[in-house]
Design a protein around this ligand. Structure first.
Ligand SMILES: CC(=O)SCCNC(=O)CCNC(=O)[C@H](O)C(C)(C)COP(=O)(O)OP(=O)(O)OC[C@H]1O[C@@H](n2cnc3c(N)ncnc32)[C@H](O)[C@@H]1OP(=O)(O)O
Length: 527
């Protein structure tokens, strides 16, 4: 028999050796000690194996290198060589499709990454890339293993390099389930989606102690890098949940909406929701008066299959909505202005959020539906000095670069540069529709009249009466609902109730869209 720290005792026959193997396996399964497990539970956290069980289909996990141990020395490491070396790696299935996974075991060296631990992760990442299947990391590790020095740091380099190589090839999902500092925060930042759990997970480059020493700021771990901070303020996390069970269930849901790799389409399902269902409610959801707010989420619910969608970055940059959903069983990415948050303007954060989402959709063959109700870019010194020009350009670049089917629907306002940026026909949308409530223009009629009729208004006996006459004139001349359609700038003006069926027919037509791009190493997108 063997123990976790020592070498196996030799058994003399086959049965004896098999028994020994099973005994070792049992030790590996149990982990380092009951005390360590209790400490993990006391922090409100599940163990790495429990997490893997929740993530994957029942009984589907196959572990790789469970018997791996480090060969490092010094600081008493020779006497502490637990199996797995603090990370459990392998593959299983989610909804029947292969998914690779690695999970830090915080009970072993606080899940800290040493050389052997890192090479296990490298191996599983290489296998995920080769097999063309998603990679999910379950992060609960204290960063580089301090006792192993620069060997541990090099291990991170290998992870970053593979994250980048896999980017746009296989979906990569990072689930943050404990404190993740330094190197442990950068790998997730390179992946497609970051999930966090409130109170138990944190991400930061340097912890509160270093922050206090350098800047004098006092802040808790959660205040610095907790789930709410990253889901609402920094935008580092795409999703935040109250508990690990819900979090891992949502990872499974996200995976059901993604293809296995960039050579596949996302999985289509049978939809029970009729493709020709009319959305009568849309007539009441969206006020014709462009200044009145409404909840764009309700519009999305009315259009998509069974009202179901998964919102990404739900609480960050809320003036734009990014969501994955289905139309007649086909996965779509929805980008929509949200008139009830900052009137749906585009600002720095909204541009960044939507740009990354569009890039992800394009990489993984997910058609993009854009729902427009946008008054323009947010004016202001903060925005200009913060670089709205280059951040807004990210959104423009992402749309222009996307070769997946692209369909836009203009619900109400579509003004100026924001109209062009939000997947107008002129930047390559395949199909553009407008509701009869559309207001496509360079700017709102009030603003336009104030500029071009400034002289007449100023010289009039009754400037206010003159202004309102000019606004009316401008609207009648240049902003009537058929102005863009008459010029072929939209493909049709549609009855809002038909939006779902029009989109479904359009997606079916575009299903085999193919676009050839000029040869180049890669573009140089604005950053
Ligand atoms: C490139 C880079 O990654 S640089 C970043 C390097 N990492 C760090 O600086 C983080 C250092 N660790 C910490 O700050 C804390 O351990 C935290 C916040 C992660 C977790 O705190 P706690 O939940 O209180 O756990 P605790 O500190 O008891 O650690 C658990 C065990 O992991 C060990 N451990 C923690 N961090 C590391 C580490 N980086 N390397 C090796 N062992 C570590 C602890 O010594 C402890 O071991 P023990 O159970 O044998 O006593």
């Amino acid at each position: 028999m063997s123990n976790l720290e020592g070498a196996p005792v030799e058994a003399s026959d086959v049965r004896g050796r098999v028994a020994e193997l099973h005994a070792i396996r049992e030790q590996v399964r149990r982990g380092p000690s009951e005390r360590a497990t209790q400490a993990q539970k006391a922090k409100g956290k599940l163990t790495a194996r429990e997490r893997i069980e929740l993530l994957l289909d029942e009984g589907s996990f196959t572990e790789v290198e469970p018997l791996r141990r480090h060969r490092a020395s010094g600081f008493g490491l020779e006497a502490k060589r637990p199996y797995t070396d603090g990370v459990i790696t392998g593959w299983g299935t989610v909804h029947g499709r292969t998914v690779f996974v690695y999970a830090h075991d915080f009970r072993i060296f606080g899940g800290a990454l040493g050389e052997a631990h890192a090479t296990k992760i490298h191996k599983i990442m290489d296998k995920a890339i080769a097999a063309g299947a998603p990679l999910v990391s379950l992060n609960d590790g204290a960063g580089a293993r301090i006792q192993e020095g620069v060997s541990a740091l090099a291990g991170y380099g290998g992870i970053f390099q593979r994250n980048t190589k896999a980017s746009g090839v296989i979906p990569q999902i990072s689930v943050m389930l404990g404190p993740c500092a330094g190197g442990a925060a950068y790998s997730p930042a390179l992946t497609d989606f970051v999930f966090m759990v409130r109170d138990t997970s944190q991400m930061f480059i340097t912890g509160p102690d270093v922050v206090r020493a350098v800047t004098g700021e006092e802040i808790s771990q959660n205040g610095l890098g907790g789930a709410d901070v990253h889901a609402e303020t920094s935008g580092v996390a795409h999703f935040a949940y109250d508990d690990e069970e819900t979090c891992l269930e949502e990872v499974r849901y996200l995976l059901s909406l993604l293809p296995q790799n960039n050579r596949e389409n996302p999985p289509r399902v049978e939809s029970e929701d009729p493709a020709d269902r009319l959305g009568e409610a849309l007539l009441d959801l969206v006020p014709a008066d462009g200044n009145r707010p409404y909840d764009m989420r309700k519009v999305i619910e009315e259009i998509v299959d069974d009202g179901e969608y998964l919102e990404i970055h739900e609480r960050w940059a809320t003036n734009i909505i990014c969501a994955l959903s289905r139309l007649d069983g086909r996965v779509v990415g929805i980008v929509a202005n949200q008139p009830q948050s900052l009137a749906g303007v585009l600002d720095i954060e909204a541009s960044e959020k939507a740009a990354r989402f569009i890039q992800m959709c394009d990489a993984f063959n997910i058609p993009i539906i854009t729902l427009l109700d946008v008054p323009g870019f947010l004016p202001g010194v903060d925005q200009e000095h913060g670089g709205i020009i280059r951040h807004g350009a990210k959104l423009l670049y992402a749309y222009c670069n996307a070769t997946v089917p692209r369909i836009s629907v203009i619900l109400r306002k579509a003004y100026g540069g924001a109209y062009i940026v939000m997947d107008s026909q002129s930047i390559g949308a395949d199909l553009t529709y407008a509701w009869p409530t559309n207001e496509i223009a360079v700017m709102g009629a009030e603003g336009a009249a104030n500029v071009i009729f400034r002289k007449q208004i100023a010289e009039a006996d009754d400037p206010e009466a003159m202004r309102s006459r000019m606004v009316k004139e401008y609207k009648a001349e240049l902003m009537h609902p058929y102005y863009a359609a008459e010029r072929g700038l939209v493909d049709d003006v549609i009855d809002p109730v038909e939006t779902r069926s029009v989109l479904i027919r359009s997606l079916a037509m575009l299903a085999n869209k193919h676009a050839d791009l000029p040869a180049r190493k890669h573009g140089n997108p604005p950053q």
